[in-house]
Design a protein around this ligand. Structure first.
Ligand SMILES: Nc1ncnc2c1ncn2[C@@H]1O[C@H](COP(=O)(O)OP(=O)(O)OP(=O)(O)O)[C@@H](O)[C@H]1O
Ligand SMILES: [Mg+2]
Length: 238
């Protein structure tokens, strides 16, 4: 079973199944990633009511409303964890004249990054990089509120995608979502207070899935073991 982006074309889909069969698989099933993320997050995707999943990974954020095993409305943007890291790198370069590597940027994000500033709970950390003026190594102290500001615009782009999907969702399904909230998965769902920011900017409660990093992988396993239950969600089988 292979998970593919929701926007995949039929040609790409065939290429995926063919690649799997060429690699030696006896059979191959293709399922859209938001569906697998939703299954892995424990959402009842086959029910008639609307289930909303926001899967925010490294390269892409995919937002989908799922009912009766199929995607009703969706959006995908190439803005996720990596772009957040880049925003941190850019900020430190511009504000502190310090060059840092990709791994440092990600480490800062995971350690003190927060989508919303918490009053009275300011964290800070020491980071090392290369001074852009004299080329020498330098250490600075960075505060979590600086990181919150640095990543705000990138997070806004993700939230625009969430809003676009909410606007496109048929009213009855939107009512279900307002009642039960949306689930966020993917590694970036672990960014501190991201659920809070999405909730306050959309008016719909965002709930972080259990083990968000593993939702797609778990969903893939569950779907493969229950092919009959999820047959409506399989877009190609070979
Ligand atoms: N605790 C954390 N706080 C913030 N971000 C985190 C945390 N843990 C992991 N991440 C981020 O999650 C991202 C990886 O998530 P995930 O494994 O879901 O992505 P992916 O499936 O590889 O990417 P994509 O779905 O875009 O193809 C990375 O950008 C990583 O920095
Ligand atoms: Mg992913």
């Amino acid at each position: 079973m292979v998970s593919v982006p929701a926007g995949i074309t039929s040609t790409e889909r065939r290429a995926v199944t063919e690649a799997a069969v060429h690699a030696g698989a006896k059979g191959a099933y293709v399922v859209k990633e938001p569906i697998l993320a939703a299954i892995g997050a424990g959402l009842p995707i086959n029910s008639a009511s609307g289930n909303m999943i926001v899967n925010i990974g490294g390269g892409t954020s995919e937002v989908a409303v799922i009912a009766l095993g199929g995607i009703v409305s969706w959006a995908s943007v190439r803005v996720a964890g990596n772009k957040i890291d880049h925003a941190i790198t850019d900020y430190i370069k511009k504000k502190h004249n310090l060059a840092i590597g990709e791994r440092t940027a990600e480490y800062i994000k995971v350690t003190i990054g927060s989508a919303v500033s918490e009053k009275g709970k300011e964290d800070s950390m020491e980071i090392r990089g290369r001074d852009l003026l004299n080329g020498l190594p330098r250490t600075i102290v960075i505060k979590s509120s600086e990181i919150t500001d640095a990543i705000a615009e990138t997070l806004r782009e993700i939230i625009q995608a969430v809003k676009a999907v909410l606007r496109e969702t048929p009213p009855e399904l939107a009512a279900d979502i307002i009642e039960r909230g949306m689930t966020i998965s993917g590694g970036t769902a672990l960014l501190r207070n991201l659920d809070q920011l999405i909730t306050s900017s959309t008016g719909v409660q965002a709930i972080v899935a259990e083990e968000p990093l593993l939702c797609v992988a778990k969903g893939t396993g569950v779907a493969l073991e229950n092919l009959d239950v999820y047959k409506k969600s399989i877009i190609t089988r070979k």
